[in-house]
Each structure stands twice: as C-alpha cells, then as structure tokens.
Write a protein that binds this ligand. Structure first.
Ligand SMILES: *Cc1c(COP(=O)(O)O)cnc(C)c1O
Length: 454
C-alpha cells in the first residue's frame, strides 16, 4: 500500500505548460481604456518585460531556468497522496488522490509563482515589488520569495484583514516584507479615500490601486507590481503542479484519471493542476475537469463572459473573463476565500470551450467535508481548499452509487492553520449557506454597462 508518491529533484519537470496556443478558441486580447488592444510595452511600467513576454507567449512549452528550479527545490517536488482513509470512510470503490501544495513554507501553492516572479524581476534589475493582499496568503508568499531572491517587498493589506489577522503580518515581517494597512497615507489613492472615509475597512480594489500607484510612480524606475493569480503567466508557473502529478501517476502505473478537481478564486491552483490534463482532453482523453467556487460568489457558474477591470478602481486593463463586475462585494456571512469578482481569462476560455465544467458549492457542505478530511487524512485544509475536498467527496459518492472504480484527483491548495476562525464559526453554528440572489447579481453587473464585449 503506497500512501504517498514522491519524486526526486532531478525528476521535476523542466518546462512549464502554456495552454494558450492549444485552446480551440483563442482568448481575446486585453483592452486599454480606449477599447483598443494593449501592446506589451504598455504594461512595461507595471511588470518586467521578461514576464510580459510570458504573458503574451504562444509557445506551448516554456523552459524553467536552472536558478528557478533551485528555488523551487526548497519545497518541491510536492507529494501526491492516495486518500485511503477517506476512501474507506466513504466506502467508495473510487481511488482518491490529492496533490499536497500545503507543504511550502507559507503553506499554499502561491510560492510556485511568487519565487518565479521575484526571480524574473531581479534578473530585469528590479529592486522592489509592491502587491496587495486580502487574507494575507499572497502577501506572505511574496515576502517569502523576496527573502529568497533578495528583493524589497511592500504589501498593501486590506485594513480589516490587517486588524483581524495579525499573524499573517508577522509572517510577512519575519521574511522581511513590509506590510501596511490599506488605505494608507503613502499614496494619492490612499490619501483621497482616507479623507473621504476615515473609517473604511478597505478593499482588495483599493489595495491593488495603491500597490500599482507606488510601482508606476517610483522615480528610480526600479519598482514593479506583482499579482498572485488571474494573469496568464501566473497560470503558466502553476502548471508545475499538474506536470509533477503526471510523473507521479506514471511512477505508480496509474494510467488514467477520470476526474480532476480544484477550487477556484482567481483560478491559479485549479489551472496549475488541470491545464496539463486539459492538454490530454484536447487530444481526445475523456476527463471531467471541475473548478469549484462558492455559491455566494458564482463567477464561473452564473456570471456572464465580459470584458471587465481586474480591480475596483479601474486601473488595470480590461480582461476577457466571467465576472460579477468589479464592484462586487461578497456577503459577510461567508467565511472562506475565493471572493474575487472575476476568473482568469485562460480558465474562462477553457470553460467556454467545454474543457472544464464548473460547480458551485455552499459553505456548510464545504466545512463538513473539511472536518471529515481532517478526521480521516489528518490535514486541516484552508477554507478555499475545502471546496475541492467537498467536490471530491461528491464524486466519490457518485462513483459508489454507480459502482465504478473511478480515479479522482484534487488539489490540496493549502492548509488552514492560519484560518482557524472559519472553523470556529462553523463549530459554533454561526455560518449560514448563502446563494447570491439573481436581483443582487444584476445590480452588481450594472458596472459592466458600456464596456466593450468580447
Ligand atoms: C489564494 C488561494 C486560493 C485561491 O486562489 P487561486 O488563484 O484560485 O488558486 C485557493 N487556495 C488557497 C490555499 C489559497 O491561498
């Protein structure tokens, strides 16, 4: 009985997989404020050119530089587990596998792109990166990356999370990152908002605007901005996850996967696991590929496919994606992450082409699944990850009803040891299910009126 499949460092993939050239319907280009496609050099004040090249690349395979591999070796390759205890508990004939991305030092898949982005920025002569963080996972991952590569990191953390989650800030500081509450007095955007609403809890949109403003206005020209999900180059870096899994399955003689599952906020951990399997699906393999979102933020299952801004302040280019509108505010009764209003253009494209079939789940079922998982497999997963666990359990139960020995694979995107208050609320009965009512959704979608259509 093999519970865990590990690879050696020399067995790690040497290239990332880019889905863009293989999508049957090409993803439309991002647009500028004038509605015209933006050119790569228009992004140059925000990102370094080497990453912009990856963002627009149509190459299927992109080499991972040796120095980047050396950074990834700190925690990769990550183990692939067979969930024997969960299978036994469910009495399912299905085999359940999970890829454990919680073993990175910050505890999630996010460092897979953080260290890569930090390295490419350093190569390009950049000295400082700015970013935003909501719950704090991305801010910690980038601070960790800054420590490894030798870059200054400045994180604008949404004010309310800054006050409620002091441990994340301490993690960032331990790695040498600077974490400040947003809105802050250090940017024009921040000062304006503080003057108008001194008691604001802040928002991801405001924090993004502050981080971009600091990057583009630095007179030295040595500061850039970094984003932890949504963009093509982020999806690309995360494909190391699925490429490793393929080698691991091959090692144990598992020839075919029937179901691939990942939770999706901006889409990066899902894409990381699923895109290498989509390659097989495009080439004829029969695989159900399921990104999972909360019913309270139904971007993939109910929102239209539109051009929308990536941030509330309308500073980013317009991206073609399924979106609830950039003014979307998730309901406060929801404890988990996965609250972003949009979903990566490449994931949106895969859904439109029928390569992925999204699913929305309610939070009580997700927490119940997470508790079952903790009591069988032992790992306390992140609230985001609980959506993938719940979908895997649904599929395993379905296989039991059908009497089929299916192979189910999901991504364990992170552990929940820094997010225990969600579990506490669940145990105390304070959480409720909430599906976004249609009238509410229509109201949020109004901000899209007048924007171009893909
Ligand atoms: C950030 C995060 C997510 C959501 O982001 P994606 O880009 O959709 O992967 C999911 N799980 C964990 C543990 C995270 O930290």
């Amino acid at each position: 009985m093999q519970v865990k499949v590990v690879l050696n460092e020399d067995e790690m993939p040497r290239q990332w997989y880019n889905l863009a050239p293989d999508l049957p319907t090409p993803v439309p280009p991002p647009l500028g404020p004038d509605g015209k496609p933006i050119s790569p050099d228009m992004l140059a004040p925000v990102f370094p050119m080497n990453l912009i090249e990856q963002e627009v690349s149509q190459e299927r395979w992109i080499d991972i530089p040796e120095e980047v591999l050396a950074l990834l070796y700190r925690w990769r390759p990550t183990p692939l587990h067979r969930a024997y205890a969960l299978e036994k508990f469910l009495g399912t004939p299905a085999k359940i596998y999970y890829k454990n991305e919680s073993v990175s030092p910050p505890g999630s898949h996010k460092p897979n792109t953080a260290v890569v982005q930090a390295w490419y920025n350093k190569q390009f002569g950049i000295e400082k990166l700015t970013t935003e963080t909501g719950a704090g996972q991305w801010g910690s991952a980038l601070s960790f990356a800054g420590a490894l590569v030798g870059l200054e990191i400045k994180v604008y953390m949404v004010r309310i999370s800054f006050d409620q989650k002091p441990f994340r800030k301490i993690m960032m500081e331990t790695w040498g990152g600077k974490c400040i509450p947003s809105p802050s007095p250090y940017t024009k955007t921040g000062r304006k908002i503080l003057k108008e609403q001194p008691d604001t809890p802040g928002s991801l949109g405001i924090a993004i605007s502050e981080a971009i403003e600091e990057a583009v206005t630095d007179p030295s020209g040595k500061t850039r901005y970094s984003l932890g999900s949504v963009l093509n180059h982020v999806m690309l870096h995360q494909t190391i996850i699925g490429l490793e899994v393929k080698k691991q399955l091959e090692k144990i003689g598992e020839k075919k996967v029937d179901v691939v599952i990942g939770c999706a906020g901006g889409g990066s951990n899902f894409a990381g696991l699923a895109f290498p399997f989509m390659y097989d699906k495009i080439n004829g393999a029969e695989i159900d590929i399921i990104p999972v979102e909360p019913a309270s933020c139904p971007t993939m299952t109910r929102a239209p496919y539109v051009y929308d801004f990536g941030d509330t302040a309308e500073m980013t280019p317009l991206l073609p994606m399924h979106s609830l509108g950039h003014a979307f505010i998730p309901p406060p009764i929801h404890a988990g992450g996965l609250r972003y209003h949009g979903i990566a253009p490449l994931v949106s494209g895969a859904i439109n082409d029928g390569l992925a079939t999204p699913k929305a789940l309610h939070q009580l079922e997700c927490y119940e699944a997470a508790v079952t998982f903790a009591r069988t497999e032992g790992i306390i997963v992140a609230p985001e990850t609980s959506h993938a666990v719940a979908a895997a359990i649904q599929e395993a139960k379905k296989a039991k009803e059908e009497g089929k020995e299916k192979v189910i694979l999901f991504n364990l995107s992170g552990h929940g040891l820094m997010d225990l208050t969600g579990y506490q609320k669940y145990f105390e009965g304070e959480l409720q299910d909430y599906a976004l009512p249609d009238e509410e959704m229509q109201k949020f979608l109004k901000v899209l009126d007048g924007l171009p259509k893909p």
